[in-house]
Design a protein around this ligand. Structure first.
Ligand code: CDT
Length: 316
């Protein structure tokens, strides 16, 4: 057995006026609870240090720099690193990253039990739009404030296993999980901020959004025989509700723990990385079963190319 005692640290809403220090105090309380539960790995959501600021349209993009971290760790987050090291606790959290050369990314890091950053991921599938859109019920301006990640989907060795990360909208894309599955990922962590309502389709509300969350997380886990830990920032941020429903899913695609509130909440599971082996050596033994000669379109095109009118497929 290679057991990782995982605490998914769902966070309730962070209001625009909340300071980094207030948020980090909540994260520390969640880490304390995770420690009491016996966790050795605590996972927090996407943009864990701030409100989901891409809902606000700032004319001058540089105004948004107040939401970004220029260093990690920094003064505000240092207490998290110190407490985690004292507890010999690994952790992962998301934040808005401003690099020394001026690039903006929606980033997640994985910090090991000694306080070293052993994994970094920058969100690749940025949803939403880059200009104010009056047609939408609310804005989702990730394409305005972030550049697409430039690190690929790295898988790294730590804690005796193979780990990877993705962020929110990435989970809706099977390519995300497969690229990590092809590097042997045994545990994939992801944080999300998902509005409760589709801004372009009011009929798509909470239940459907929770359904899609389970659907993509469970299929990503099953199809790559990996543990997936999906962690929400939830609840009402200044009048903008976000879904909860944090999940721990086993390599068989089954939910083994699920959050029940829209608040700060720990869900816990002892995850055996060896449970990945059966799927990875049988039905999802990629080396034996994948047929890459038929997968060219996956990397050669983005949009849909329909067959020409009149193309005839009869005669089979
Ligand atoms: N944060 C994030 O990626 N949210 C998206 C919302 C998609 S609608 C523009 C998500 O996939 O949940």
């Amino acid at each position: 057995m290679r057991t990782i005692n995982v605490a998914a640290a769902q966070m309730g809403p962070i209001q625009k006026a909340d300071s980094r220090d207030e948020v980090v105090a909540r994260m520390l309380a969640l880490m304390d609870e995770a420690k009491r539960a016996g966790a050795d790995f605590t996972i927090y959501p996407e943009l864990a240090l701030t409100t989901f600021f891409p809902r606000y349209c700032m004319e001058d993009k540089s105004e948004s720099d107040i939401w970004f971290e220029k260093r990690m760790p920094n003064e505000a987050t240092a207490p998290l690193f110190v407490r985690a090291r004292d507890y010999a606790m690994a952790m992962s959290f998301g934040y808005a990253e401003l690099t020394p050369d001026g690039h903006h990314f929606n980033t997640s890091i994985h910090v090991d039990a000694t306080g070293k950053i052993v994994g970094k991921y920058r969100k690749i599938h940025l949803p939403g739009h880059s200009e104010f859109d009056p047609e939408r019920a609310f804005q989702h301006l990730e394409k305005r404030y972030f550049e697409p990640g430039n690190l690929g989907f790295p898988v790294y060795r730590t804690m005796g296993g193979l780990f990877g990360m993705c962020i929110c909208n990435d989970r809706r894309w099977p390519e995300t999980f497969r690229v990590m599955g092809l590097q042997g990922a045994e545990m994939i962590t992801l944080g999300y901020n998902t509005p409760t309502v589709n801004s372009q389709k009011p009929a798509e509300g909470l239940e459907e959004r929770l359904f899609h969350n389970r659907l993509v997380v469970q299929s990503g886990a099953y199809q790559n025989s990996a543990w997936v830990i999906a962690v929400a920032k939830a609840g009402n941020e200044d009048g903008h509700p976000l879904i909860a429903g944090s999940l721990i899913v086993d390599p068989d695609g089954k939910i083994v723990a699920e959050a029940t509130t829209e608040e700060d909440e720990i869900i816990f599971h002892a995850c055996d990385l060896d449970a990945c082996t059966f799927g990875k050596t049988t039905i999802f033994d990629f080396a034996r079963h994948r047929r890459t000669e038929h997968y060219g379109r996956i990397v050669e095109q983005t949009g849909v190319i329909e067959p020409p009118e009149g193309s005839d497929v009869s005669g089979f």
